[in-house]
Each structure stands twice: as C-alpha cells, then as structure tokens.
Design a protein. Structure first.
Length: 432
C-alpha cells in the first residue's frame, strides 16, 4: 500500500502544477503547532487543504469557516491516509482577484514603458544633507523611520510631507506630495513609507498616478511599503525597494559610527601612503644628492662622517665602561652583602676597573691616531691639493679631461683649470 500511495503522489505532483483554486472554507481547524487544516468546497465537490505555519504567519487576516477564499496551492497526496489534498502557498479573500488582475495589468504596462528598468534608476546619495519622508503623520511606520534615522545619524534634518496613505483619493495626494518635494528641492532623497496591511490597504501604492510620480521624481526615491512579503507597483518604479519602512531608513542614511570607523581607516591609509611617498622621495633625493656632490665636498662629508663615527665610538666605549662599572658595583654590593669579609676581592675589582679604564684610554688613543692618519691620507687625495702644487686640469671642448695628446688636433680649443681660476688655450703643436 505504501508503494501505491507513493506512486500516486508522484504522479499527481508531477502532473498538476501550482494553481489558484476558489471555494468556501469548512471545518477550519488551527492546530497547536500553528498549522491550518480545513476543507475547500463548492456546490459540487470539496478537497482537503493544509497551510503550514511558515506560510500562514504572513497573512494579516484570520480565515474562518463559511467565507469564500482563493488559494494558491500545490496538489498532492497525504500518503499516511491516502487522501488527496492541497498544500497552500498563499490565500486571499475571494473577490480580490480583480485587484490582482489590475495589479498585473498595470505592472505589465509600466514595465513595457521601461519604468522598471535598472538603467533609469539612480544610486542613492551616500550622505544626504536632508531627508524627505512622504507618509501619514499618524502612521506607526513614520515613527519607526524617524527613530531609525535618529539612531543612525543623530541631528540629520528631516522634512515630512504629510499625506494620507490609505482610502479614497490617497493615491493622488501621495503623488502631489512627491511632486511638492521635487518642487521645493529641500532634500536629497525621499522615503516613501507605510506599514503593512491588506492589499486593499496598500492599494494606493499600486495606482498609476503614484507610479508615474515616483518615476518623474528628480530626487531618488526609496520605497518602504508594507512587510517584507508585500510588493507594490511603487516598489518596482522606485530607485530602491526596501522590505520595510525601517529598512528604507537604513538604506537612505549611512550609520554615523560606521562612517567614523571608515574615516579613521581612510586616515590611517592616507597617513601610511603619505609616509611611504615621503620615504621614497627622501631616498630619491639622497640618491640624486650623492650623484651631484663635488669630490672636495664628498671628502669633507666623509671626514664629518668619520668624526661622527668617532663620537659614537667614544660614546659606545664610555657606555660599555659605565655598564661594566655598574655591573661591577652591583656584584660588589651582592658580594659584600653575602661575604662582608671579601676585601681582597674588592680591591682586585677596583684594580681591574683601573686597568680597564687604562686599556680603554689606550684603545681610544690608537683609534685617534688611525683617524688622524686617515684624515691626512684623504687630504692628500683631494684634487684641490694636487692643483695647489702646480698641476693643472686640461679639458677639451666637450669638457672631457685630456690625458693623451693623440686625442687632440691643431686648432682644438682647450680649457685649463688651475688651483685658482682657469684659462682658455688653443692647440698649436703637439708631441708624442
């Protein structure tokens, strides 16, 4: 029997698609689990129905026996009892089919005109200076939006364009409020919001006049109408659709703390980038500076560097001596505390300290002598000293130093540099 019921279930579910069925509710039961069980009947037949809690929780009205409804359901078979049943996805009171038909008709019309196209929709401003809200002053959704805006961006200016959002003539008034916001140009983004309700309650946002007002708005529009499962024509036309009024406020305005954190991170990145750029520039400057230094100036720099090294060496040696003395004194104190009668060892430590100082003095003297010899050697290598002894530097017309007369021709101009000054000459004769 189990195999038969399973085969029948597979055959029914594969052969019958998701479909709308109309009928009268009878024997309605709401189980403790939240699931709904009832029969749907007409004059000639009836069928068992089940609507599970995760589907029924989105209905904003309570079904009961005796009312006419339209259900969107998937036909199937309850194997345990072998009963044919409908598993419901959606349910609405009968008579709303005309509204859904009008909804789909207008949706297709506006979609064919390109009002739903992503290409015409604009990005919301990142940080609007002022926000406009088109809603009813008495709506709970307005309070939710204002509370959310205050939490995310305290002190942000808000302009409310009051309008009824339900009832006769409300669609025209909503469109006029959107047009007024565009005329005043007071805000950079408009939040169109309303709380949840039945399709009749939300019908103003399915009117063509509202859809065209949203499409004609020069200010980006965020539409937050109803609950997450509610969709209106205004949602499709708006620059951005939000699941709820609160979500619309979140989409329209960034959170201040997140902005602060982003700014801090941006500041850190900018600081690091600036430092890296400065370091690269300093390295490039040092490289160019080394290339442009005159030999005499480079010699002077090297002498200065040697002086600095000498000072650093003296300081390092002095620091080493001080550390040794401090360590010796520490050990002396520890030894004195442990063995007060160790006077001979104390004297030897003092003698070792004196010898260490003397050795360091002799070492420094040797380094001074080596430094003086190096300095004297560098002075002998100074080109200016060579010129001072009577030598001169000869360059050809290209500025190249002449070291061989074979590179010269008669009549070639020459520039001669002396220890002080320079002179120009011309080749008259040359010899090998």
């Amino acid at each position: 029997m189990r195999e038969l019921n399973f085969a029948a279930k597979q055959l029914i579910e594969s052969g019958l698609p998701l479909l709308w069925v109309r009928g009268e509710i009878s024997n309605f039961v709401c189980a403790a689990s939240g699931h709904w069980y009832f029969s749907l009947k007409d004059e000639q037949a009836q069928v068992r129905c089940v609507m599970f809690r995760h589907k029924s929780q989105y209905l904003d009205w309570q079904p009961r026996s005796g009312i006419q409804v339209e259900v969107l359901a998937l036909p199937g078979l309850y194997e345990a009892r072998g009963e044919f049943q409908l598993t419901l996805e959606q349910m609405r009171p009968a008579g709303m089919g005309a509204l859904y038909e009008a909804f789909e008709k207008l949706k297709k019309k506006l979609e064919s005109e390109g009002l739903f196209a992503d290409a015409r929709k604009r990005a919301l401003p990142f940080f609007p200076a002022q926000v406009g809200i088109v809603s009813s002053p008495q709506a709970a959704a307005l309070r939710d939006v204002l509370t959310t805006l205050e939490k995310r961006m305290p002190g942000l200016p808000v302009v409310i364009y009051p309008t009824p959002v339900q009832g006769a003539g409300s669609a025209q008034k909503i469109a006029e409020a959107i047009a007024l916001a565009n005329k005043r140009k007071e805000c950079e983004v408009i939040i169109l919001c309303r709380g949840g309700g039945s399709i009749e309650d939300l019908w103003a946002f399915n009117e063509e006049v509202v859809a065209r007002a949203v499409a004609a708005s020069h200010i980006p529009v965020v539409c937050g109408v109803g609950h997450e499962t509610d969709f209106t024509i205004a949602d499709f036309v708006a620059d951005q659709r939000a699941a709820t009024p609160t979500a619309a406020a979140q989409a329209a305005v960034p959170e201040r703390e997140q902005l602060k954190q982003s700014l801090r991170q941006f500041e850190q990145r900018m600081t690091r980038a600036t430092l890296r750029q400065l370091e690269r520039a300093m390295q490039q400057l040092d490289y160019l500076q080394r290339r442009l230094v005159h030999p005499a100036q480079r010699t002077q720099q090297q002498l200065s560097h040697l002086g600095q090294l000498q000072q650093r060496l003296r300081a390092a040696l002095t620091h080493t001596v001080r550390n040794q003395l401090w360590r010796m004194q520490t050990l002396q104190q520890r030894l004195h505390a442990a063995r007060p009668d160790m006077e001979p060892r104390y004297n030897r430590h003092l003698d070792a300290g004196r010898r260490l100082k003397e050795a360091m003095r002799r070492t420094l003297e040797r380094y001074d002598l080596r430094l003086a010899a190096t300095q004297q050697h560098l002075q002998h290598l100074d080109p200016q000293q060579v010129l001072a002894r009577g030598y001169s530097l000869v360059r050809d017309k290209h500025g190249t130093v002449v070291v061989d007369s074979a590179a010269l021709q008669r009549g070639d101009p020459l520039q001669i540099t002396f220890a002080r000054g320079w002179a120009e000459a011309e080749v008259k004769e040359k010899g090998g």
